[in-house]
Unconditional design. Sequence first.
Length: 222
Amino acid sequence: MRLRLPEERPTEPPTGYKIARPVLSQDGTRAGFTGVSLGGALPYGVLDEARCVYGLRHRAPHRRCDCGFHCVHDPATAEAMLCTAEHRAAVLLEVSVLGAYIRFEQGFRYARQRVRTATVGPCACGAVAAALADAGWGRPGWRGLVATCAGCVRGRTALSPAGFARLAGDGLRVRAGGGVVAGDLPAGLGVSELVAEAALLQARLDWFQTQLARLDEGGPQG
């Protein structure tokens, strides 16, 4: 006997959450995402179909393979993955699970998806992201992007969140999900840093005064 999994026929596509890295095509005409683990070598679009990462010809998701898109049920579970060092630059995606899928305790493995929303984290400096800029890594034909504030973009290739959404197409919405707005710091924030800087400046001043005193003592004798 072959074990048959129970079939579901939802009236609406299930919603899932996952993390991914935003990417921009080499010619700058397309935007998409790449996975953070198994599917990292295969960039995908907002509306796309999963392919077997091992190059096998079966359709994803295959029960005897781990191919297919992956997502979790709970956004908090996906957000928790962003805490790890290797995933700090990833974005949070809200997706519609399309086509055939296999349900697990925490999520789905499935054939097709539509990315509805991408939430971009803060810049590495802590400010709210104003752009997605060249991250310094990539895949053949694709540049990896990272959330960046206006002050940290400098001369790098960059897209505004709206520009990324326009290139990605298919109704994608991109929004900034956190960070500190310049001029909107909570009261008292930065006092310890200012005290430390003042102490450093005072130490340097003391050092210079000591050197000047030594020069005076060792000057020419009359």
